[in-house]
Design a protein around this ligand. Structure first.
Ligand code: F6R
Length: 607
């Protein structure tokens, strides 16, 4: 989603803003811009496409000025071109915006009737004109900003700068996150702490409905009624991480390779390996007394939740309702106080997941959330958070956050199983030992890169791919398909292997690779039958299995990727890696922008 940066500094800010925008690139964007106040005038440079284009523009025509705002835009209203790129100007007002102004059409009509001329197709421009109209009516800049905010509906984060004031940026937040960074006689605004990392790690997060007057030596935060509010200043955790690619070609490759380590950190946080137990820490609800667990999330995080349904139901005998958050939030599910609610989100800012959380909270449910960004809104609005210790995930396609989410969910399932009396102490010891082996197996799988790269070379030639799996391999099949389509743009579908004959089998022919994820588990024989059905119709099978599975699969395959034999519980964590690697290498062969695939955003803060 869009990224926002603002600096009230004491040296020329344009290069600093560009640097901060580079750190926000991972969020996904299609144009960018910077505005400063130089020699008393608002000036801007904007460019379609990647930040190198903006950098070139700034080289050709540098911007001076000690105060400025910058933006990476992920298009919602209007195509990604220079005219629609932010900052937007109106009579001495400059604005950058993330989110959607839902009542923009009504406001645009009102402003047009008042003589304001729109130069872009964006919803943002209404905000610039509204502020300018307030100024024209005699309001001070701060009043103009506040009066405008009261007119806006929707989810937005904003930074506003005024021609006559070189010591003030107004920031506002209603939905998408916005953080204030505290410096020495300089202040910063940013969409997240990663953007502000080179400048400061002393951060104040605005809450929903807050707006802030940010000056070099002061910050004042208000609510929508104009009352001053206090928000605490904190040291950001995320900023201590070094965000670079190391020796890897892409962040995604680096993040795939980090998995043995981050899975290990995450598991160690939740499990007492020596004692053979899941650790007891603060819980928002009591696993022993709830009768259902409701989980909602989006995309890859949803698929992690779906895998955990098998674990909670199998090991803890706890029924799980799992929903795609964008559906959950509107389907008016009756809530029962005897349920627990759990949300899964890497960014902790996904609009639909956050809305689902708030729906459960309004029904009086206690909330637990699994998040990677600890300072995120979802984290802050939960009764308890279960952090994934994946470190910043920069590649748009989620990899290490997914396996860390699985690590947390598996650990919680073991704990729930103990607390519900569904397993013995011996069983618990066995499950904890099995989980402790996941990082080692993950390292072994990384060594299969040459074989997986060879398969990917073939995949890069086709237009459609089918993924099949049963049990926990079914969500993994969907995750494989999601990963492939998002970064290689090859159409892919993930299906439950048993569903094949209910429709998708019609697609099978010699040109259709079918990737079957089948560890030698309780449903292996069933999956083999489904593979026979594919083979009988000339389908080309790529089998991802283990040593036992390779021995017992009686079907001719185009390629068999053989993983180590792993315990059933950890199979989804270990099998996630070849699936990610397959998508990664295919995308590299296709020559796509692996870390920032077209049309996608890392943190989806709009509906
Ligand atoms: C896919 C991917 C997305 C996210 C989804 C939810 O690789 O990354 O599907 O999983 O947008 O994002 P978070 O986890 O930040 O809520």
């Amino acid at each position: 989603m869009c990224g926002i940066v603002g600096i009230v500094g004491h040296s020329p800010v344009a290069p600093l803003i560009l640097d901060a925008l580079k750190r926000l690139e991972y969020r996904g964007y299609d144009s960018a811009g910077v505005a400063t106040i130089e020699h008393g005038q608002l000036s801007r440079r904007r460019a379609e496409g990647k930040l190198v284009n903006l950098e070139r523009r700034l080289k050709e025509e540098p911007l001076d000025g000690m105060i400025g705002i910058g933006h990476t835009r992920w298009a919602t209203h209007g195509v990604p071109n220079e005219t629609n790129a932010h900052p937007h100007f109106s009579d001495g007002v400059a604005i950058v915006h993330n989110g959607i102004i839902e009542n923009f059409a009504e406001l645009r009509d009102e402003l047009t009737a008042d003589g304001y001329v729109f130069t872009s197709q964006t919803d943002t421009e209404v905000v610039a004109h509204l502020v300018a109209r307030e100024l024209a009516r005699g309001a001070t800049p701060v009043e103009a900003a506040h009066n405008t905010l009261k007119r806006l509906e929707g989810a937005f984060a904003l930074a506003i700068m005024f021609k006559g004031d070189e010591d003030m940026i107004v920031g506002a937040r209603n939905g998408p996150p916005l953080a204030v960074g505290h410096g020495e006689s300089e202040m910063f605004l940013g969409s997240d702490a990663i953007a502000l990392a080179p400048f400061t790690n002393s951060i104040t997060y605005l809450e929903d409905g807050d707006w802030a007057v940010v000056r070099r030596n002061s910050i004042a935060i208000y609510d929508m009624d104009g009352n001053k509010v206090h928000r605490k200043r904190q040291q950001s955790v995320g900023t201590s991480f070094l965000v670079d690619k190391g020796n890897h070609r892409h962040f995604m490759e680096k993040e795939i390779h980090e998995q043995p380590e981050v899975i290990s950190h995450t598991l160690a946080h939740y499990l007492d390996f020596a004692g053979g137990k899941a650790k007891a820490f603060e819980m928002p609800f009591d696993f022993a007394s709830i009768d259902r667990l409701s989980i909602a999330a989006c995309g890859t995080a949803y698929l992690a939740g779906l895998i955990s349904k098998y674990w909670f139901e199998r090991y803890a005998r706890l029924p799980v309702d799992i929903d795609i958050a964008s559906e959950f939030r509107y389907r008016e599910m009756p809530l029962s106080k005897s349920s627990g609610a759990m949300f899964v989100s890497q960014s902790g800012e996904t609009a639909d997941t956050l809305a689902s959380l708030r729906y459960c909270r309004s029904g009086g449910l206690k909330i637990g959330s699994i998040v990677n960004v600890r300072e995120s809104t979802i984290a802050r609005e939960s009764d308890a958070i279960f952090p994934t210790l994946a470190g910043p995930e920069i590649g748009v396609a989620s990899t290490k956050a997914f396996t860390c989410q699985l690590s947390v969910l598996a650990s919680l399932a073991v704990r729930a199983a103990r607390e519900r009396g569904a397993i013995s102490a011996d069983d618990e010891r066995t499950l904890v030992r099995q989980l402790s082996e996941a990082p080692r197996y993950a390292s072994q799988v990384l060594k299969l890169d040459q074989q997986i790269e060879k398969v990917a070379r073939e995949l890069a030639q086709v237009r459609h791919v089918l993924y099949l799996g049963r049990d926990t391999s079914y969500p993994l099949a969907m995750e494989g398909a999601l990963k492939l389509k998002e970064i290689s743009y090859i159409h892919a579908e993930g299906y439950a292997a048993g569903e094949l004959k209910h429709g998708p089998i019609a697609l099978i022919d010699e040109s259709m690779p079918v990737i079957v994820i089948a560890p030698h588990d309780r449903v292996f024989e069933k999956t083999v039958s489904n593979m026979q059905e594919v083979a009988a119709r000339g389908g080309r099978i790529i089998l991802v299995t283990d040593q036992k599975g390779a021995k017992h699969a009686t079907v001719k395959t185009m390629e068999t990727i053989v993983l180590p034999d792993v315990p059933e519980l950890i199979a989804p964590i270990v099998y996630a890696l070849p699936i990610q690697m397959l998508a990664y290498f295919t995308a590299v062969f296709m020559g796509t922008d692996v870390d920032q695939p077209r049309n996608l955003a890392k943190s989806v803060t709009v509906e």
